[in-house]
Every structure is written in C-alpha cells, then in structure tokens.
Design a protein around this ligand. Structure first.
Ligand code: ATP
Ligand code: MG
Ligand code: MG
Ligand code: MG
Length: 576
C-alpha cells in the first residue's frame, strides 16, 4: 500500500468529548470518525485493525468447530415477543416499524433468530452438537455511550450459539468455547483475565467474562494473587456475606482521621491501585435532627478524573449539573443519569465529606460507598467503622481488597478490567421459550441445551490501546496493527536512489505477505514520523541518502528509543 493512495487523517488535538486515552488516540490517529453519540465510521486505517481482529476470531472459531453464518440486523418483533425480550429488554433495544406499521428490532444479539433457525433445521440428535456464529453489526441504545468504540451504540460483535442434546454436551461445548477464547485473547498479545461472572438463575457456574486489564476499565475484577480465583465484582459480591461488614474485617490499613487525605491515601483506603482512574463516586449523606431522625438525604457526586494517575485526579463538576461541584439531591442525580428511583445506593455517610481542592479531599467522617450502577462507580468500596443502621444496608455486600479469598488460599485484590468477551451457558432458557426441540435417541422431542458466546470485535482495539500506548501514540501488537511495517523514505522526490530502494523494498515485503505501507506523501521527516508514531505501526524502516551511501537503512521498533542500522540486503530478513 502506498500512503499517497491510502486515507490518512491525523489530528493534533483530540476532541473534547474523548475522555480515555484509547478514544483520544483512535480519533487523533484517524481510525474512527464520529457520526452521532456512540455511532462511528470505521475509517480505512481503523477498519484494517478491525478486519485483523475478525480474522483471528474467525480462525479460532472455525478451529473450535463453530460454523459461520450471518443473521439479519433487522429482525421481526414476533420472535422477540416469543421470549418476552421485546418488552423485557427495555430502552436498550432499538425498535422500529416498517411502512405497514409492523414492529422490528435492530439486533443487540441474536438468540431468538438462531433458536428459530435451530428449531427448523436441527431436527434430530444426530445433527447435534452444532455451533453457529456470526460477526455482525449490533445496536444497543446504551444509556451512556462513551469512550468511543469501547461503549458504542452501533458496534461489531462476534456472537456464537451452541446447541446440544443434553447438559453434559452443552457443558463440553461451553468449555470448548472458553478454550477457544483463551487462544484468541492470547493471540492478541494482551494482558487479560478470565473471571467468573454471574449467570443469573439458570446458568449455574458456567459464565465467564474475559477482561482486559486496564485502569480505565469500567468493571471491577476481584482476584486472588495466590490462586486462580477470579470473579467480576457482581459475582464476588453474590458470594460474599450480606449485611454490614464486621469491624474486624474492615480493610483499613490505618484509621481515617478527620482532615485532609492525599490521593494516594484515598486510593489506599479504597483498596484500588494508585494507577486507577476512579470515574466517580457517589456519596450519600443523611442529615439528622437532634433525635437522630433523618430529616434530609442527599447524594453527592464526585467525579474523580485523571487518565492514569490518581495523583492527577480532580474533583470536577457533574456534567449537566451546573456551577461546578455542589450538592445535588437524590432526585436530581437520578434524573441526570436516568436511573430508576432508589437505584443509586446503598451508600452511607454520617457527616459531610468536603472537597477542599484539586488533589485533596477532606475526609470528615466514616463512610462507605458503592454498590451503584456498575457503569459509573467503583462498587464494593468500603471504608468506615461507624456504619449506618443495619437496616439501611441489610443487603449490601462488600468485597474489598484484603478480604479472604473464597477458596481459602489467600486474600483478594481488586483491579479494573474491560469486558472483551463473555461465554455463557444458557441451558434451555431460549429453547423452552420458543418451543425449539429435536428428536432424541429415544424418539421423543427434547429441548436444545444452549450456550452463547460473545466477543466485542470493535471494543477490542480500544482495549488494546489502553494497554499499549505512550505519549506519542498507539503501539499496536503486531497481530492487529493496521500495517506491520512502514517505510519512510527521506527526500524521495530528490533522490532517485532512495526512491528505488524504497519501492523495491516495498514490493519485496508485499511479496512476502507482510502488511507494509510506503509513505510516499512527501511529508517532512518530523511530520511523517509523528504520524506513524501516533498511528502506532510497530516496525519502521527509514531510508535516506546518507545511509544508502554505506549500504544501510534504519530500523526502529515503535517501542525502541533509538534506531539501529541494518544493511539494505538484510532488512527484509530483519522484519520478516
Ligand atoms: P457491558 O457489560 O460492557 O455492557 P455486556 O455484558 O452487556 O457488556 P454482552 O451481552 O456480554 O455485553 O456482549 C458480548 C460482548 O460484546 C461484550 O463482552 C463486549 O465485549 C461487547 N459489547 C457489549 N456492549 C458493547 C458496546 N456497547 N460497545 C462495544 N462492545 C460491546
Ligand atoms: Mg451491556
Ligand atoms: Mg457485562
Ligand atoms: Mg457480558
């Protein structure tokens, strides 16, 4: 590929609405372009990354015996009414009507359609097991689309669905998928953790999320460094004892005293690493009268910002609530987030917490906070000795760093993650609802045992960037780089020799199947290098007159501090 023919559009500044580094860099590198809230065009440079993600996922799904198909994006409402999800899914489900006034949905996932296919096509146990998957556009009308491709409304998902004759078969299919997911995420070269997730009433223990470790992740992951125990916060809390924590189990490393606390101290008290972005904390206060009765409840929202370093956090204003930080009533906060009444909480605070200044929060009281909407808050944060009345927190379950691990092998630690994949044993939930049966070996109809398995194809590049970047831009793992090698000729328009060597090398790399781009735009070296560092191409070859006189070109890996000289004759072997 030649840069002059490709589509390159880098920006000096990220747009104001880009909060996390991956969103900023994807915009600046020209990988995506915003069309509306949570709706993005995948620009040529970004699409190349997405296609590579898809290819790896496709290869491993095929290897695991899944079969690809494509199901419609627009699906008749009747199918969704059969399972009740047309109503149950609420506002996240985008419903539309055709010219005849018939209802349709834009698929957020495809259990209904795939179960409909199965009940028509898979008639006998002899046709089982089967696993159908697609890599397709999804739409979810997320309440808070944000962070670019991380939480879009329109996005691409790989969704697979397994059909088995019995529970043992379904569990084997589930395990095969969980294995395939490990291979997939290993190939991306990212640090991730498979964590147990809550599967609701049906799934038993068979639900796991694949979480890419990142300080900006929206999910809290609980794990035990001394064993292989790992769960998402919801699952960990479901296992933890209910009610207020006994004082002895409180994870305090020191007793908080009224006064100021530094960010490091707050981080320590919250049980999160310093390198964590705490997006927001909601604190609630109860104002009591002399008799101890609550006369007024208030919820305060602290937005703690800072991309990667808690030392930079700022307590800033609540968007949409004006005049900087201030108290807001419960009703205001609920209205602001469109949350159900009573959904924010349970949180307890006895006395005011005062925001003193950037980087300092005055801690005036014992408080606990958490168990809020997972999208917004650290859940399970607990700090305090003097908890609210037991009644008020009767079903509050806390899991904090330092708690004993459920497997008894050590203590728990907490980190943040980005959910990039999810495997889920469904049992007969959908087959029963849709009367989807096959004929068993005994000649009797039986319901399919099912599982479903998702991967966020377009979320994955964002997660990869959260883990792989520096102040100059993205550093792609080779497996998903838009181009693996960039050739940067210096003075190509002046030097025939530079041009000839660059063109020849470009041709040879292409011929050996390497994704290479030749920057023939005639940009000055500084601008050219800045572009490719921002875009994050892992291998760079610089060709200049001076080097060529000695028969050499320069090789630089995106992570290297300085270039190395390599002979013109050896460079091909060097990057292959
Ligand atoms: P989340 O908890 O982040 O809302 P989810 O649990 O609702 O995700 P699933 O239904 O498990 O998502 O879908 C499978 C995968 O699709 C997720 O693991 C995630 O990688 C991806 N995904 C889900 N919602 C989005 C979104 N709004 N934008 C991009 N990718 C998404
Ligand atoms: Mg979701
Ligand atoms: Mg989730
Ligand atoms: Mg999920």
């Amino acid at each position: 590929m030649k840069a002059s023919q490709f589509f390159i559009s880098t920006l000096k500044e990220a747009p104001a609405d880009a909060e996390v580094v991956s969103h900023k860099l994807m915009m600046r590198a020209g990988l995506i372009k915003k069309l509306g809230a949570g709706i993005y065009s995948y620009m040529p440079m970004g699409l190349r990354v997405i296609r590579k993600v898809e290819a790896i996922v496709r290869e491993e799904m095929n290897r695991a015996g899944a079969v690809e198909c494509t199901m419609p994006v627009v699906q008749p409402a009747e199918l969704w009414q059969e399972t009740g999800r047309f109503e149950k899914m609420g506002p996240e489900l985008l419903r539309i009507q055709d010219r005849h006034g018939r209802d349709f949905v834009i698929q957020p996932t495809s259990e209904e359609v795939v179960t409909d296919i199965a009940r028509q096509e898979l008639r006998s146990y002899k046709q089982l097991p089967r696993n159908l998957y697609q890599i397709q556009t999804k739409f979810r009308d997320e309440r808070r689309p944000r962070f670019g491709l991380m939480r879009g409304r329109e996005f691409i998902m790989k969704d697979a669905y397994s059909f088995d004759r019995d529970q043992a078969g379904a569990k084997a299919s589930y395990q095969a998928m969980a294995q395939a997911y490990r291979r997939i995420f290993d190939r991306f070269g990212l640090r991730y953790r498979a964590v147990a997730a809550d599967s609701g009433a049906i799934g038993g223990d068979l639900s796991e999320e694949f979480q890419v470790i990142a300080a900006t992740g929206e999910d809290a992951i609980v794990y035990c460094p001394a064993s292989d125990y790992a769960a998402n916060m919801e699952k960990a809390e479901a296992l933890a004892p209910a009610g207020p924590r006994p004082a002895a189990a409180a994870p305090m490393t020191r007793t908080p005293t009224p006064g100021k606390a530094t960010c490091a101290e707050v981080a320590e008290l919250l049980g999160v690493p310093l390198q964590t972005t705490v997006k927001s904390l909601v604190l609630a206060t109860d104002e009591t009268n002399e008799a101890g009765e609550i006369v007024k409840s208030q919820v305060w929202l602290l937005l703690l910002r800072g991309d990667h370093d808690m030392n930079e956090i700022k307590v800033s204003k609540v968007p949409g609530l004006d005049k900087g930080f201030r108290f807001a009533t419960v009703t205001e906060i609920e209205a602001h987030f469109g949350a159900k009444p009573g959904y924010l909480g349970p949180i307890g605070l006895r006395k005011p917490v005062q925001v003193v200044a950037d980087r300092e929060v005055a801690l005036m009281a014992d408080w606990i906070c958490g168990a809020n909407e997972e999208d917004f808050h650290i859940t399970g944060v607990n700090w305090g000795r003097d908890l609210p009345e037991p009644d008020a927190v009767a079903d509050l379950r806390n899991v904090v760093a330092g708690d004993p691990s459920p497997d008894g092998k050590g203590v728990l630690a907490i980190e943040r993650g980005i959910e990039v994949g999810h495997v889920f044993y469904l049992s007969t939930k959908y087959s029963k609802a849709m009367n989807a049966t096959f004929l068993g070996e005994d000649g009797k109809p039986a319901f399919f045992e099912m599982g479903c398995y998702g991967i966020g194809i377009t979320r994955l590049p964002a997660a990869a960037i959260e883990q792989n970047h520096d102040e100059r831009g993205i550093i792609w793992p080779d497996a998903i780089a838009p181009f693996t090698v960039v050739i940067c000729p210096i003075g190509m328009d002046r030097s025939e020799e530079v041009r000839a060597v660059a063109e020849k090398l470009h041709g040879e790399l292409l011929a050996s199947g390497i994704d290479v781009i030749l920057d023939d735009r005639g940009e000055r070296p500084g601008a050219m290098f800045a572009d490719w560092e921002l875009i994050g191409v892992p291998h760079r070859i610089t060709i200049g007159d001076k080097g060529l006189k000695e028969g050499q070109v320069e090789y630089l890996h995106r992570r290297d501090a300085g270039a190395t000289k390599v002979g013109v004759a050896e460079i091909l072997a060097h990057v292959k």
